[in-house]
Design a protein around this ligand. Structure first.
Ligand code: WT7
Length: 649
């Protein structure tokens, strides 16, 4: 019997959705009449510039939601809050890594966004153009995103930890004509020279007409005449009057690149109205957002969590959203707890990876701080192990805060499986039950539902408003990756089981995607980076369970004929991958080997390598393995290395 935690009575008494019956009623309504359900919410919760008459056009796998309506995401996140007292409410609370503080009220946010949008218009940018945003975690990132949305520019935020190479790939794929960046960002006291990466990327991107640079740290950088412009210069002369454009509901709001099973990242396309509706609704349902709450999501705006739960969801809901620039352990391991105490944070949303590293640092760090303002805790990115759940519950939540374990993906746009905190009892390790309107199932390889308790593939049977619409300029891959495996249903790429209470337990990816510290990495992307190095012949990347990161990245590689295998080369290759993709993708370990195990048809058997790094021996089916000696040799080598390491310690 899995342990279960009922919603605390005091929380339930005041919750937006209170008690299990209220959740069941909502869920049943949405299931019986999905169009009436979503149509009604869309009319009541969003402000329309032209009302819609159609709710859903579903030509599987292509959905259009509220297709004949017109709307503006920026208007819904900013302008509509100006009519009443909310104009003086803090929209964004910003804390810099060096303890600086900035507060933008909704009115001030509006002023800055309108000015920046006007500046973009003056430069000739129009609805449908693509802009890359490559900024640190500063309010200008939010301003840039919202300004794009205001005039219909499709933005693509590139995580500031990505390399020049990764940045260039995204600029090319998107055929972007604008880059918005900063001189530099901060990470643990170091300066990350963003503009320098942009210069390297743009050396070979003639399509980019302009690069707007926000001066954040005053780092010495070069400005290229004609192309580069200072953010402040543009803002200085810009008018505050910039009406939000009425855009079709299905106008693309952004493209966000995420890793798939090939070397090429996928451009996930989200559109406007449906995305906005569901990110806002989930703020209210899952976080039980109240007007006076201070809400903090610790993600980076470079990932989908930052888009949906730092910017669009909270601002559409009129929340106060906190944004922190720096690292969790800077200057000391209690930085997060300090911030919670300083701002009296009520709702706190972070990742299992972060939680596990806090556990390791010891309870004395949170105990130094008054965390009594916290009302609810959230988790996202990977399954949270029950031990971490309980520590989070006790040590951070003081035993009184519900925990919402939220399952979703870049593709789903918003949270789809999570407990409504005043209604659904939590079971540590389970994301629990689907939100209203979401119809998951767990099926076997033939697409048949599996009995309770058994493992299978997690699919979604009904379209939902915040679903991605396609992959940018690759609809074929969209169909093949997500909709071909189980006809009529969306395949998540995750394995899961459903227990006798209908609770979902997501077990992790079933494809060649690994999840390192809650960041999705494609094994193919890492392998492609490896073989770009002149010394490498072949590479195979796999995940190994890791206490803190969830999974660690291990790469097996063979070298070219004339090259000597050495620890120095392995180290050099780790740095190389970090440079090619971004520091977060730097492999934990590189094993230079004699040969890689392959099937008779020449496919690398990653499964065996995975087993090898997981259990240090291979027991699985090896009937298709070309040369069994290879695997023996690999495991022998692993053992010898381990022995050597132990001796040297
Ligand atoms: C994959 C999506 C959604 C924002 C962060 C990651 C895993 C995510 C959970 C959870 C178990 C989870 C899944 C999913 N995942 N949240 N609460 N429990 N697994 O977004 O990079 O698109 O990755 O993260 O495997 O498919 P992403």
């Amino acid at each position: 019997m899995d342990e279960s935690f009922a919603p605390p009575a005091a929380f339930q008494a005041q919750a937006r959705v209170s008690g299990i019956a209220a959740y069941q009623k909502l869920y049943a309504e949405a299931l019986a009449h999905p169009e009436a359900f979503w149509g009604d919410l869309a009319r009541r919760q969003l402000d329309w510039l032209q009302p819609f008459t159609r709710v859903l056009d579903w030509d599987s796998p292509h959905a259009q939601w509220f297709a004949d309506g017109k709307i503006n995401a920026c208007y819904n996140c900013v302008d509509r809050h100006l009519a009443g007292w909310r104009r003086n409410k803090a929209a964004i609370l910003w804390e810099g890594e060096n303890f600086e503080q900035r507060i933008l009220t909704y009115q001030e946010l509006h002023r800055k966004v309108a000015k920046f949008a006007n500046a973009l218009k003056k430069l000739g940018y129009r609805a449908g153009d693509r802009a890359i945003i490559y900024l640190p975690m500063i309010p200008e990132a939010a301003i840039a995103m919202l300004a794009c949305a205001r005039i219909g520019l499709i933005h693509s935020v590139v995580f500031a930890g990505f390399s020049a190479e990764a940045l260039k790939t995204r600029i090319d794929d998107l055929e972007a004509t604008l880059v918005i960046t900063a001189d530099a960002g901060r990470r643990r006291g170091r300066e990350i020279l963003l503009k320098r990466n942009v210069d390297a990327a743009l050396a070979d991107c003639p399509g980019v007409r302009r690069c707007i640079v926000y001066q954040h740290l005053g780092a010495g950088i070069e400005m290229k005449p004609e192309r580069d412009l200072w953010w402040n210069d543009l803002m200085f002369g810009s008018s505050e009057v910039c009406p939000a454009e009425a855009l079709p509901s299905e106008h693309p709001l952004y493209v966000l690149y995420t890793s798939g099973t090939t070397g090429k990242p996928k451009g996930v396309v989200h559109t406007t109205a449906g995305y906005l509706l569901q990110s806002q609704m989930s703020m209210q349902w899952v976080f039980d957002l109240r007007e006076e709450d201070i809400y903090w999501c610790t993600a980076d705006i470079g990932w989908v969590t930052g888009h949906s739960y730092i910017i669009y969801g909270p601002l559409a809901a009129g929340a106060t959203t906190l944004m922190y620039e720096g690292a969790p352990d800077w200057p000391e391991p209690d930085r997060f707890w300090r911030i919670i105490e300083k701002y009296r944070v009520n709702l706190f949303y972070t990742s299992p990876t972060a939680i596990r590293s806090f556990i390791r640092q010891g309870d004395s760090w949170p105990q130094k701080h008054d965390l009594s303002s916290l009302r609810l805790l959230g988790s996202v990115g990977e399954p949270i192990n029950p031990a971490a759940w309980k520590w989070y519950h006790e040590t951070i939540g003081g035993g009184r805060c519900p925990i919402v374990d939220t399952w979703w993906q870049t593709e789903t746009g918003s949270i789809l499986i999570a407990p409504l905190p005043g209604a659904v009892a939590a079971k540590p390790g389970s994301a629990t039950l689907p939100l209203p309107g979401i119809v998951p199932d767990v099926v076997d390889a033939a697409g048949q539902p599996v009995p309770a308790g058994q493992q299978g593939f997690l699919i979604l049977r009904q379209p939902w408003p915040s679903m991605f619409r396609t992959l940018y300029r690759d609809d074929e891959r969209f169909r093949e990756n997500y909709w071909a495996r189980f006809p009529g249903a969306y395949f998540t790429g995750d394995a899961a089981r459903r227990d006798a209470d209908g609770y979902y337990w997501v077990l992790g990816r079933v494809d060649d995607v690994i999840n390192v510290s809650g960041h999705r990495l494609s094994t193919m992307e890492v392998e492609s980076a490896m073989v770009r190095h002149p010394a490498v012949a072949e590479a195979a990347a796999v995940g190994r369970p890791h206490e803190l990161k969830g999974q660690a990245l291990v790469v097996f590689a063979t070298v070219k004929g004339h090259v000597q295998r050495s620890p120095e080369l392995a180290e050099e290759l780790r740095g190389w991958v970090g440079q090619e993709i971004g520091g977060f993708a730097r492999p934990d370990e590189i094993r230079l080997v004699e040969a890689l195990p392959k099937t008779r048809s020449g496919k690398i058997m990653r499964r065996l390598l995975r087993e090898l790094v997981t259990s240090a021996r291979v027991a699985g089916d090896t009937t298709t393995l070309e040369d069994y000696a290879v695997i023996l040799q690999l495991s022998q080598q692993g053992k010898e290395e381990e022995e050597l390491l132990q001796k040297s310690e």
